[in-house]
Write a new protein. Sequence first.
Length: 366
Amino acid sequence: MAVKCGIVGLPGVGKSVLFNAMTKGDVASGNFLFCTTQSAMGVVDVPDARLQKLAEIVKPARIMHATQEFVDIPGLVRGSSKGEGLGNSFLQDIRDMDALVQVVRCFENPDMPHVEGELGARRDVDIVDMELIIKDLEIVEKSLERHHKTAKGGNKESQIMVPILEKIHAVLNEGQWAATAGLYLEELHSIKSYCLLTLMPVLLVGNIDEKDIPNPSANPHFAALEALAAERGWAVLPICARLEADIAQLSPEEQPMFLEEAGLAEPGLNRFIRAAFKLLNLQTYFTAGPKEVRAWTIPIGATAPQAAGVIHSDFERGFIRAQVIPFEDYVACHGEHKAKETGKMRMEGKNYIVKDSDVIIFLFNV
């Protein structure tokens, strides 16, 4: 299952630089505002060292990573919801996302003007927040007006929707995200089709200078992001987009030395992609055989039949049982055969909740 993360933020914060580094893309980026004028989509592999360990045992023809889609959304400014800047058409693009990655500028550069005149991490987040809130408020108000009318006529669906929409309207009207409305699971399901922007999970990314890498929190702008993330229960990550763009241009042989000089154990993009993957409460399980070793994406809490259905709907429909080997046991036993001999392989039924990194063989009959 592919999931989409929209990369949002003010103009000139480094969204497109980050996007290009991840996707090996060529979205326009430069030292001027509104350099990016249309949304762009790219698919990236989710870095996972476990796949290589499995491949060393199985010797497959190919390795298939879990994947994730990222969409570079042109910069939002004050009044975007009302047509300012490049207008509000990109707010509709954001509605198609599953999660938001908001990039915030935390570096000084006299050659690159800030759209607000000076750096202010918390203010920048608030500006983007307000544009999303205003757009959601417009949708909720229109829907409330319609449902109020039909609820009076006895429409049962509208009678259910009115109190839910009123909850959301109350928090949006106070300048808060719809996610703070305290909705129950049933209520969230009822409004899923509205694709409200302010119900999406958020990852804050502070685009820092290279000199800040050893201690990002010493950068007052990134420190402000950390405080804001703690208040809202959001994840936050420091990254130097310009350095990541340079790393992405290097060959695999050249990267280790460059990373060591920069004081990085791995490219920051790896941490970024994994953090975005985690944002949606996703996990992976593995299949391993001579044709391929593959990571499959499933929601945390998925049952064995649901996990099988990600491979093919027939697997879920005709599910019999799953042969499960924990990743650590698979590696320790050097494969399926010894794991089975030593009792590390378990037979699991329809109610089994798949765990992250399980190696699974599905038995089915259609």
